[in-house]
Design a protein around this ligand. Sequence first.
Ligand code: AHR
Length: 514
Amino acid sequence: MKKIILTPLMVLLLGCFAATAQNSMVITADQPQSTISEHIYGQFSEHLGTGVYGGLWVGENSDIPNTDGFRNDVIQALKELEVPNVRWPGGCFADEYHWRDGIGPRDERPVRINTHWGMVEEKNQVGTHEFMRLTELIDTEPYISANVGSGTPKEMANWIEYMTYDGNSTLANLRRENGQDEAWEVKFWGIGNESWGCGGNMQADYYADLYRRYATFAKNYSGNELFKIASGFSDDRYQWTETVVEEAGNQMDAISLHYYTLPTGNWQKKGPSKDFGEDMYFSTLKEGLVMDKYVKQHSNRMDKYDPEKRITLAVDEWGVWTDPIEGSNPGFLQQQNSIRDALVASTTLDILNKHSDRVRIANIAQTVNVLQAMILTEGKQMIKTPTYHVFDFYTVHHNTKLLPLHLDAGTYEYKGENIPAVSATASKSDDGTVNLTVSNLHASETQEVTADIRGADLSSVNDARILTGDAVDAINTFDNPDNVSPQSYTDYELKGGELTLQIPSKSVIVLRIQ
Ligand code: AHR
């Protein structure tokens, strides 16, 4: 074997590389690309565990301060997050939800069983009027997920008429009797959820036909225009996407994709949401990054029939899914939320932003108390999770233009495997501000990032914040609600068009550069 002789200069260079984690990026600020729709930052609130009852809704007579039954602390927190849309009432629950159960006097509504989530009583206290009131309170748009699995086209068509028709019809008048004079505006309309699984165990061809049938009766009333979303597959089942788009693409505005990040990658033993070490931290981040491949591949399949990218890929369920918290009802999907999960959020949002020419709506699962939540509640108490703060940082990208970002990232190596140490999004607001979010995924190394920002005359950094934790599993608790919370960030230098950032391990930063 040939011997490699290292010169003193080579040794010095190697030493430098080992000691300093260097990354560079080039941002081209005068070549704006696709719009990053604010709807990529959507939420999802299913009738599941305490996601709606307890988490959002406590009822008008509760001693927890509320407005028309919805908790004031949660309303305030969600308003601050500038939530663009909320998907409701499911998930799997949607395909056994019958909207007529949830209208009229609350004390006369039927009690059903939530067979998907814990077999608990569903008292239908939050129905159409209550949900639409919530959307007003937090100033967001509704995304209604309609029942295909156990409903009928007539039932769905009636719901649309009930909500959106402003003329004289028995259903529109019933809405008025129930307290809502004006027709509501509803754009996002899902036709089935996971129709290949909990939504009816269908085959792609069958669903495509059924989708066409339902979509035919999903009418636009009184100037309201529905944006129809077909049920797509999870993970790497590209054939479903291809079949449904080929056979029913001309009747849809979007098809969904679901992808959940499991710390272990194994549905039988998903891994913990708290008290874990670097192994679970690393594997979760690695699993999260797979979203990029799934979005690309599903989008490629759609390109065959929709090269213009008219049809949106709606990533309307995503997030970290762990084993439930010990002692909780396993059907309630309760988990803690750590700095690790915040980094899965930032890297996933970077991926979705990067594909914003195809992905124009997405919904993290779920808003309160379920899976990778923004907010956790316990009785009267409420905390914001690390993921909440990432969503707050990323509001800078809402409805901006994606900027080309060439990232030469170092690697984060763990036990022979590696992932990029850095992830980022750059965008441009209408007023010329360059918005930059950067994450350092490494568990222990600071990353130096040199950003060469071309095509803009930038001289000052505003609103620089950082989110980090003192351990890979750092969390917020009801006793220590601000353990992982935004701090101001000062470890940067802007000279000419060059920005140098020192980013501590396991952290996310946001900067607005003018
Ligand atoms: O978000 C929890 C569940 O995950 C949803 O109800 C379902 O659509 C998915 O399988």
